[in-house]
Design a protein around this ligand. Structure first.
Ligand code: PEP
Ligand code: MG
Length: 562
């Protein structure tokens, strides 16, 4: 019986799985960065040393890539590609070389400064994804620093061979790079925990991609543990428990069994159609922002993409992506779905995304409330060039498979009419084989109130419940202070969804839901009864909702079609 103290904690993000194992601390042998001024005339040699380190870091990544590509999953490869690109990016290595020359300092110091400078720029972004990329800069830079300083993480060769075969080893460290994780995975590690890291940190994406249970952002864990401590890593609930009681250990053993039975059960639903108990179909589709999210598409058996938020393509580009770049991105998604339908939303940005707002309008946002300002279709109609470029790129991509174009933030018939006319004009001029399908996002109460009129000029509707709730209840969806007033169950929301469903049915156009409510099982039966054609949600919710749907029965809530 262990006499070591028990403790527990939470992490920021997890790769799923539960592991009970023995802890081993794995600390990088990283010394502080040496900082020194160079002797006169030594700068060129120092730049050459930096270039050599960059080359070696790229070679190291290429080797890892080659070994990983045998695994099949695309995520780790993408992460390595991203790091490789960053290492080779002139912004990092070349600019660090410039610092060596300008300040006459050693390569490590110059590189560290350049990494800090790039991270500071990402840190200022108001986009959480871009802020999260600081971690990639750190990891890409560390590859080069490791080469410069001749340091590698030393993973013991016998990773998999714990003294108790029932209890594997869990590595705990400050931060593990993608390469560290790949190396550990190759040696058969059971699970990992890091003190640092956020929700979309690339190392956790890789851990998920290779199926390695993990926690990142487990702040303070290192000072609690000693090698050999027993630890429960709970990647299902983002928790860890150190030196658990015998009762806790037993409870977790049972939990592990239950999770594995439930997973096996869920997996069976990947092959099932999305239907109620009595056979009524309601498609279950995915909300995505990036192509790579579709890596799991077959494993889950999604019925299509119900919402592609195109703004993320724009956020990842320094300049507005041109028609060809947009076309390639949209076509890749449509091709990837091999004939299953894809709904792509036109750019939905406003003053909340300052850099994009400036890109689109050539001026800074000056309003006091971006959510009620020039956003979505309002902004696009004021930037005709941006709108027609995006429409053309989407229409071209639509030749590769069934595409539906979704118009965000519609509040009036006139807005929808303007976009529709432009889309028709472009479509006619491009002599395309596939028909045009363009629909309105119903996410503002005004759109519901004029839904009959909107339905006449829309090929479909998709309800964006996130904004619909926010605008109807006048409760900012991102403000903690009014979180209790942001109530999906409010009768006003039920009424608005009913009215939209009625208008769609009268007009005979398909209706779907793509806000978070689509993944809420408390609403599944209601949506079924309101004749929704599809629910679109994040990929991880599709199987649980499909299982839930299979237990519901259809009781029509709308009057029969006229
Ligand atoms: C919505 O508003 O419900 C929606 C799906 O769009 P977003 O969350 O991107 O505003
Ligand atoms: Mg919205």
């Amino acid at each position: 019986m262990s006499t070591r103290p028990r403790s527990e904690g939470r992490a920021v993000a997890a790769s799923p799985g539960i592991v009970i194992g023995y802890v081993q601390k794995l600390i990088h042998g990283r010394k502080p960065i040496p900082e020194r001024r160079l002797a006169a005339g030594a700068a060129d040699m120092e730049v050459a040393r930096l270039k050599q380190a960059v080359k070696a870091a790229v070679a190291e990544i290429d080797l890892e890539r080659e070994q990983l590509s045998k695994l099949g999953s695309q995520d780790p490869l993408m992460v390595l590609d991203a790091h490789r690109m960053m290492i080779a990016d002139p912004e990092l290595a070349h600019m660090a070389g410039e610092r060596v020359i300008a300040d006459n300092i050693n390569a490590e110091w110059a590189l560290r400064q350049q990494m800090d400078a790039i991270q500071a720029i990402f840190n200022q972004s108001d986009n959480a994804y871009l802020r999260g990329r600081q971690h990639d800069v750190e990891q890409a830079g560390q590859h080069i620093l490791n080469q410069l300083m001749g340091q590698q993480l030393q993973v013991p060769a016998d990773t998999a061979a714990a003294s108790d075969p029932e209890r594997p080893i869990i590595y705990v460290g400050e931060d593990f790079s993608v390469s560290d994780i790949v190396q550990m995975w190759r040696q058969g590690v059971a699970a990992i925990i890091t003190e640092q890291g956020g929700n979309d940190a690339h190392n956790i994406i890789v851990a998920r991609g290779i199926g390695l249970p993990a926690l990142v952002g487990a702040a303070g864990i290192l000072k609690e543990i000693e090698d050999g401590d027993l630890l429960i890593l709970d990647g299902e609930q983002c928790l860890w428990t150190l030196n658990p009681s015998a009762a806790e250990e037993l409870a977790y053993e049972k939990f592990i069994e239950a999770v594995s039975i439930s997973r096996e059960g869920l997996a069976a639903f990947a092959l099932q159609p999305s239907r109620s108990k009595d056979g009524r179909e309601m498609k279950l589709m995915a909300n995505i922002e990036f192509l790579e999210e579709l890596d799991m598409a077959e494993q889950i058996g999604i019925d299509g993409v119900g919402l592609f938020r195109s703004e993320f393509l724009f956020l990842n580009c320094k300049e507005q992506p041109d028609e060809d770049l947009q076309y390639r991105c949209y076509a890749a998604i449509i091709r990837r779905m091999s004939g299953k339908p894809v709904t792509m939303r036109l750019l939905d940005v406003g003053g909340d995304k300052a850099c994009l707002y400036k890109q689109a309008t050539n001026r800074d946002y000056s309003g006091s409330n971006p959510v009620l300002g020039l956003r979505g279709i309002r902004l696009l109609l004021r930037s005709p060039q941006l709108l027609s470029t995006q429409l053309r790129a989407m229409l071209r991509a639509g030749e590769h498979g069934p595409l539906h174009i979704l118009v965000p933030m519609v509040t009036s018939r006139n807005e929808m009419l303007q976009v529709r006319k432009l889309a028709e004009q472009l479509h006619d001029g491009m002599h395309l084989k596939q028909p045009l399908s363009i629909g309105a996002m119903i996410e503002v109460p005004a759109a519901v109130l004029v839904a009959d009129s909107l339905a006449e000029i829309s090929d479909f509707f998709s309800i964006g419940t996130n904004d619909l709730i926010q605008y109807t209840l006048a409760a900012d969806r991102s403000d903690d202070e009014v979180a209790s007033l942001y109530q999906p169950e409010h009768p006003a929301i039920q009424q608005l969804i009913y009215m939209t469903a009625l208008a769609a049915k009268k007009a005979g156009i398909p209706l779907s839901v793509c806000g978070e409510l689509a993944a809420n099982p408390e609403w599944t039966e209601q949506f079924l009864n309101l004749d929704m054609h599809a629910l679109s949600m994040s990929m991880s919710n599709i199987l649980p909702i499909r299982r839930f749907l299979s237990k519901q029965s259809y009781h029509p809530a709308l009057p029969p079609a006229p």
